[in-house]
Design a protein around this ligand. Structure first.
Ligand code: GLU
Length: 516
């Protein structure tokens, strides 16, 4: 409690250790832009040997969505950027859900009233609406601030006795911040540098409501202070709040953290913010994990689409930041090493779905075959395919043509099921009157081949083709057709080695029966 109540100046949040927080509101699934915010916080914390804190900002109970908090935690874990401290990981600064810190905020609102930096306001929603409409009629915008606060229904304009009566009668009120309005204010952002703000247009934001709940602004500043946050790294959409937040720190007499506002993620065309609908429209995920709404809507997730977390992290890291070199491939450790807030861009970062796939393709190729085989096995199980083939060998053979594990099936289904039909065009082109004889001869060669491995059968068959002067195409094309059913797939000798002697010969004989 002592820490909680330490309102005096000099209780510095700028201790030695870097402490950053990711402070999402659990109002739905976390957008991929939110994941990037978390990532940049994580990278910055790790680079400086600091702590990455997860705080759940759930003061707005109307917007609370069941499951959203778990979704956030699952996302951070899946991405491999777990938080050091936060919900479920108490390190002396909790609780980490604002709804559980409710009892704290009123004292801070009261302190601002006592110091003349805030005031009670009783204006009803209807009264405010009327002011707005009147202003609009005159072509003006109504702002609750120094222009008119002296004319409105608040503790600056009513007597002390009246104020006490109204408070004790339980009348609804809000506490508003009395924003400074008579100067140009300079706010500092690590990415954007110094920004001059005309304070005369700032409004007196609501900090606290009579239902006992603080608004975002008050809770956020109080918690950043109490949790000794040293750097606030968040989305650009919060930049307009920065002057108020600066003024709040000054009003409390607290040392400010440093701020960094990250550029927005833009649609692939570059115009407008990347929205949750864009993914469905353009066929790429906008969410890290799949999310199902109560209404039965499904938003696709990177995880369920088959992306590897390494690919998502690498892609996100470069959406709005660059290392100053040509390097594009970064492991998480390398990102931690290279990351600098100063190299984060000011302008919006255009989301590029093709680049996302490019990273995925790269990371898929890097995975050990044992891992890929395991993943592929899960997919085969779902399809009720049982096989005696060595899946590690299968995967090694086909992965260069795949971006996702799901592509493995498309690339290798012929290995698990012998062709029952043959591509017509290919048949016309490669199976002619002499092919029967050639294939029958090939069967004899294969029967004799021992051991039946790729190197040996390749050597034997090629030797036979050369000696007999048949021409490679006349053997290899119908052979591929017999094995695969069409003119695709990896090297025929590796296919045969995988299928084994019996199955390979069986397939050639099937083709002879059907096409001969
Ligand atoms: N709760 C805010 C959000 O949902 C946090 C903003 C901040 O980081 O200050 O993004």
């Amino acid at each position: 409690m002592e820490k909680e109540m330490s309102l005096q100046a000099g209780n510095s949040p700028q201790g030695g250790k870097v402490r950053v927080r990711f402070a999402p509101s659990p109002t739905g699934p976390l957008h991929i832009g939110g994941v990037r915010t978390a990532l940049y916080n994580y990278l910055f914390a790790k680079k400086h040997g600091g702590d990455f804190i997860l705080r759940i900002e759930d003061t707005d109970q109307n917007r609370y969505v069941e499951g959203a908090e778990n979704y956030i935690i699952d996302t951070l874990n899946w991405c491999g950027i777990p938080f050091d401290e936060g919900v479920g990981k108490e390190k002396g600064y909790g609780p980490y859900r604002q709804s559980e810190r409710k009892h704290l905020y009123k004292n801070y609102a009261d302190a601002l009233i006592a110091s003349g930096n805030a005031y009670y306001a009783f204006d009803t929603a209807d009264a405010l609406e009327k002011h707005r409409a009147d202003h609009e009629d005159k072509g003006k915008t109504f702002i609750y601030n120094h222009h008119n606060r002296q004319k409105l229904d608040n503790s600056l304009t009513i007597s002390k006795a009246n104020l006490e009566d109204r408070l004790s009668s339980g009348e609804e009120y809000v506490i508003r911040f009395k924003s400074n309005s008579n100067d140009t204010m300079i706010v500092h952002d690590i990415i954007r540098g110094e920004i001059a703000i005309d304070t005369s247009v700032l409004d007196d934001k609501v900090l606290f409501k009579s239902d006992g709940m603080p608004t975002y602004h008050l809770a956020n500043i109080v918690d950043d202070h109490l949790m000794e946050i040293t750097h606030v790294i968040r989305g650009e959409e919060w930049l307009p709040s920065l002057p108020l937040h600066f003024q709040l720190y000054e009003a409390f007499g607290w040392e400010k953290p440093q701020f960094a506002h990250l550029p927005l993620l833009m649609k692939p065309q570059g115009k407008g913010k990347l929205s949750k609908r864009d993914g469905d429209k353009m066929g790429f995920p906008v969410f890290p994990l799949e999310w199902r709404t109560d209404e039965g809507e499904i938003y696709k997730g990177y995880r369920e689409t088959g992306y590897l977390p390494e690919a998502v992290i690498n892609m996100l890291a470069l959406l709005g930041w660059n290392p100053g070199t040509e390097q594009e491939i970064f492991s998480l450790e390398q990102l931690v090493d290279a990351f600098e807030l100063e190299r984060v861009h000011k302008s919006g970062a255009k989301f590029d779905p093709d680049k996302a796939k490019w990273f995925q393709n790269y990371y898929l190729q890097q995975q050990p075959n044992a891992f890929l085989a395991k993943e592929f096995k899960k997919l085969l199980d779902k399809k009720h395919i049982t096989t005696s083939l060595d899946l590690e060998v299968v995967v090694a053979l086909i992965k260069e043509r795949a971006t996702f594990v799901t592509d493995f099936w498309e690339q290798s289904s012929f290995l698990f099921k012998a062709p029952i039909a043959y591509d017509e065009k290919a048949v016309n082109k490669s199976w002619n009157v002499e092919t029967d004889k050639v294939m029958q001869a090939l069967v004899i060669i294969l029967k004799e081949a021992k051991p039946f491995n790729e190197a040996h059968i390749s050597e034997k068959v090629k030797g036979w083709i050369t000696d007999a002067g048949i021409g490679f195409g006349r053997v290899m094309q119908p052979l591929r057709l017999a094995l695969v059913g069409e003119m695709k797939g990896p090297d025929v000798f590796s296919i045969m080695a995988l299928l084994g002697k019996e199955e390979s010969i069986q397939r050639i004989e099937n083709a002879l029966k059907r096409l001969g």
